[in-house]
Design a protein around this ligand. Structure first.
Ligand code: ADP
Length: 484
């Protein structure tokens, strides 16, 4: 199955555009259902409760004026007040004395239920007297126009000894015709809005999905192996972030890719040289030096050395893979660091004598440290080995033990070309090898990765100080330790 068919096999998932459009339309429909319910089904009860509240508020205003102004003898103000309320709110107002006789009235509706021919004042008066409540509200149909009316009545003074009564009559406008107008309007608005929603959602979906489509296309190219693909995340923040992350992933992939390719090239190159030598010298023994013990031994010696180099390389690869897989646990033991370092340096005696290298060791007072001796040996060995490989023409290498209050600092210095600032963070990576390495001893680009893994497993600090043209100092700190 190729990549694009793999990617497009998304089990009937909906495209983003359609999804956004559906959500939009559902949202609009929901909004309209709500509006229909409120506007059409509840309009009448809303209207009635609004009217009721307004009539009650009117009554409160008039009763207040009655208490404050009428009872203080300020009748003109009282009359002005209830007339104003009646006119401003389109209601009829009737004030009765305690016997039920009309003393003031204001009719702004024309024929209402408490005035004129339809006068039903006594009916409401009897009703409130009967129920013995301070106020009551009735919805009554108006026989004149078959519309509904609200009649509010309340006791002035107290229910036990009423001083009078206030009646307010308000018309309830018929809602039915309004509802049918609203219905028609809503229907048209719904259709227009669904249409607008469709257009907006298409645009919106396009804005959202275009960068994603672009990034997906680039990701497909990357998946096919093109590690120079550009990811264009213009449009909005999330798309830009996605594009940046993919660019980063691509950079890392390409780095690992190059490293692995380099490893195969390096390993095969480094394996080929000793193998060619092994074959050549074995043939020489067979064909030429077999009968000459001196020559034969010389050639056999070369074969043995080359075999050692080969197994060292294979060991490096195996060591690193074991260390990284976590199969190898650190096994700390106590040992004397100065003597251990002398031992390790001693192992380079052959190289020093044959090739003229000089390793200067500056020990500090002996300390007992506790760590995996074999692994730390390997660290020191690899670092000295590198120092020999990369030191300058003077062939000098300096090894120092520096005791510190909380540990022992080990430094290995060479006088080589040094390492560029931007390369320093790469050299501890697996398979990294600088292009300009000049080597006496075979390397796989794994030496420093092994150093890094071992020191990390111990939790020790490590690093490099390097000056271009002058050389480098590789260091690490063994934590703890005690004096002898
Ligand atoms: P190798 O030495 O086998 O290539 P290493 O992992 O030991 O692998 O080192 C990785 C790279 O670090 C080397 O290829 C080299 O470029 C750089 N390097 C290591 N030690 C030194 C040193 N002492 N001086 C300069 N460069 C060094």
């Amino acid at each position: 199955m190729n990549i694009s068919s793999k990617i497009s096999n998304v089990n009937g998932r909906m495209p983003l555009r359609l999804k956004i459009w559906i959500h939009f339309v559902v949202f609009i429909l929901l909004m309209f259902v709500l509006m229909w319910i409120f506007q059409i089904f509840f309009l009448e009860s809303f209207y009635e409760s609004m009217k009721t509240r307004s009539v009650t508020e009117n009554a409160v205003e008039i009763v207040e004026s009655y208490e404050n102004e009428y009872k203080d003898g300020n009748r003109t103000d009282f009359i002005n007040k209830y007339s104003e309320v009646a006119v401003n709110n389109d209601v009829c107002v009737e004030i009765l004395d305690k016997y039920g006789r009309s003393i003031y009235s204001k009719d702004v509706l024309g024929e209402c239920l408490v005035h004129g021919k339809e006068n039903r004042t006594y009916k409401f008066l009897n009703e409130i007297r009967r129920i013995e409540e301070p106020e009551a509200l009735y919805k009554v149909s108006n026989p004149k126009n078959s519309g509904d009316m609200l009649v509010y009545i309340c006791v002035l003074g107290s229910v036990r000894s009423p001083e009078g009564y206030l009646l307010i009559n308000s018309e309830l406008a018929p809602v039915g015709s309004t509802v049918s107008i609203i219905k028609r309007q809503m229907f048209i608005i719904t259709i227009i809005l669904i249409f607008i929603a469709a257009i907006i959602s298409v645009f919106l979906a396009d804005i959202i999905s275009r960068p994603i489509d672009r990034i997906t296309k680039s990701a497909e190219n990357m998946a096919k192996g093109d590690l120079n693909t550009q990811f264009d995340g213009r449009g909005y923040l999330e798309a830009q972030k996605l594009a940046d992350t993919l660019m980063y992933a691509e950079k890392e992939l390409s780095r690992v890719d190059t490293m692995q390719r380099d490893l195969i090239a390096n390993v095969s190159h480094d394996l080929r040289t000793p193998l060619t030598m092994l074959k050549a010298y074995a043939e020489m023994i067979r064909d030429l030096s077999g009968d000459n013990p001196v020559k034969r031994n010389e050639h056999l010696e070369i074969i043995i050395n080359e075999t050692d180099r080969l197994s060292a390389m294979v060991n490096d690869i195996l060591d690193l893979s074991k260390l990284e897989s976590g199969k190898q646990k650190m096994n700390p033991t106590e040992f004397e660091i100065s003597s251990k370092m002398k031992d390790i340096i001693g192992r380079f005696k052959g190289v020093s004598e044959k090739m003229g290298y000089h390793i200067h060791f500056t020990p500090d007072t002996e300390r007992i440290v506790c760590c995996d001796v074999g692994k730390i040996e390997q660290v020191i060995y690899n670092l000295i080995n590198n120092a020999i490989n990369y030191t300058g023409d003077d062939k000098q290498v300096y090894v120092r033990q520096i005791n510190q209050p909380d540990g022992v600092l080990i430094e290995i210095e060479d006088t080589g070309d040094g390492i560029e600032e931007d390369k320093i963070k790469l050299i501890f990576d697996k398979y990294y090898r600088s292009e300009n390495h000049k080597r006496e001893v075979v390397g796989t680009g794994l030496g420093l990765s092994i150093v890094k893994v071992i020191l990390k497993l111990h939790g020790y600090d490590y690093g490099v100080r390097s000056t271009l043209g002058k050389g480098s100092v590789f260091w690490f700190r063994i934590n703890g330790g005690k004096n002898l």
